[in-house]
Design a protein around this ligand. Structure first.
Ligand SMILES: Cc1cc2nc3c(=O)[nH]c(=O)nc-3n(C[C@H](O)[C@H](O)[C@H](O)COP(=O)(O)OP(=O)(O)OC[C@H]3O[C@@H](n4cnc5c(N)ncnc54)[C@H](O)[C@@H]3O)c2cc1C
Length: 355
């Protein structure tokens, strides 16, 4: 629970301003709390380079992804609200084109959509030209999907925080932090609470380094191609191509669990190009190649709540491959918990890892 505020004491220090720290700081400010976000943008680039896609479907089984019925309306409401408030465009509504590689896949799709999965288009389609040389013979669409322009969202949030004197760009040194039952102090800053949104670098955080993370490195390419006919929807065939406008496309993504750093590799690039070249034979240029580390947890659920010992030190992390979709919903839960003691979904409670 939030502690009563003393003079000159802010309500929350937030460490990290990726997707998690951005969504949470805006949610807290909108509920009347004061925050100070401490962040260094380049310690972890996962959010900045992410495609920002939300996909309410698990393709393997064609089932809804965890809590999709609640997450999709919440993300629409959250990012829509901040689009108005910040007077900018943050999200793009898109379908995801799912190319069928075999008849069985198509039949399963038809069965699942008839059974009432509203995120699956009940119709199937034929002959979608990707470029002059490649046509998808059979496909359907995931509905109510889209993407957040993550880099722009983070930049806009940073400007908003700076205008409120609520942003400090520096490396947060965990060893300078003092947490007592009533207060949090960091250098000369005094706060009632602290929330860590430090992504996969939580493994270096002495307060929460016991959370069993399983971070996954990912790489993406941005290409320029005038021949690609995709203009709005995201194409998926075991990898994705997402139109960015002006003949630019994001192509992703890889998964790797060993070399956990933000350095793009030849291996990652080759893997993506092999997939891309299986559908695109027209000429294109690679504009950029980026990598980041997804903060995934061993049980694939986020971690949201307070420290088992310190009730004023929180974690908001573990959003893995789906931060865009999960963060608004769980920020709302955390803020309701802090304000009104509402329960947070027990599946994300950090105490699940306390023996
Ligand atoms: C290739 C790739 C593609 C992806 N595509 C998607 C997608 O399409 N849709 C989706 O929802 N998700 C996607 N993701 C996953 C998504 O990017 C992550 O879930 C998300 O970035 C996690 O956000 P975060 O804020 O928790 O962590 P981060 O993005 O890692 O942010 C943490 C922030 O804290 C800062 N920080 C950490 N420690 C300190 C410190 N000690 N002092 C100061 N600052 C600190 C970091 O520099 C960073 O700014 C993708 C990830 C990758 C790698």
């Amino acid at each position: 629970m939030i502690q009563p505020k003393k003079n000159n004491t802010i309500d929350f220090i937030i460490v990290g301003q990726g997707i998690a720290g951005s969504v949470l700081s805006l949610s807290l400010i909108n509920s009347g709390f004061t925050v100070l976000v401490i962040n260094t943008p380049n310690l972890s680039t996962s959010s900045k380079i992410a495609a920002g896609i939300w996909n309410p479907i698990v393709f393997k089984r064609l089932t809804k992804s965890w809590l999709a019925d609640d997450l999709v309306p919440e993300l629409q409401s959250f990012y829509g609200f901040w689009e108005n408030k910040l007077n900018t465009t943050l999200i793009h509504q898109r379908s995801i084109i799912k190319a069928f590689t075999e008849e069985q896949e198509k039949n399963l799709w038809i069965k699942k959509s008839i059974e009432g999965n509203l995120f699956l288009d009940i119709n199937t389609y034929e002959d979608l030209a990707i470029d002059e040389n490649y046509t998808v013979k059979s496909y359907s669409k995931v509905l109510q999907a889209g993407n957040l322009d993550v880099a722009h969202f983070i930049e806009s949030t940073k400007t908003y925080l700076e205008n409120k004197q609520s942003y400090k760009e520096e490396i947060f040194d965990y060893h300078k932090l003092k947490v007592t039952e009533n207060e949090v102090t960091y250098n000369s800053i005094s706060a009632s609470n602290i929330i860590f949104c430090d992504g996969h670098l939580i493994t270096q955080n002495p307060y929460f380094n016991w959370i069993p993370m399983k971070p996954a490195k990912g790489e993406v390419l941005t290409i320029h191609c005038t021949a690609l006919k995709l203009k709005q929807d995201i194409f998926n065939k075991g990898f994705f191509i997402m139109p960015l406008g002006h003949d630019l496309y994001k192509v992703g993504a890889t998964y790797e669990w060993e070399q956990l750093n933000d350095i793009p590799t030849e291996k990652g690039k080759d893997e993506l190009l092999k997939k891309l070249n299986s559908v695109l034979t027209s000429p294109y240029q690679i504009i950029s190649h980026d990598a980041g580390v997804r903060p995934s947890v061993i049980d694939r659920r986020p971690v949201v709540g307070h420290h088992p010992q310190y009730k004023n030190a929180f974690i908001f992390n573990g959003f893995g491959t789906k931060a865009v979709m999960l963060a608004p919903y769980f920020a709302k839960q955390l803020v309701s918990n802090i304000k009104n003691n509402f329960a947070i979904n027990s599946e994300v409670n950090p105490e699940r890892f306390v023996k």
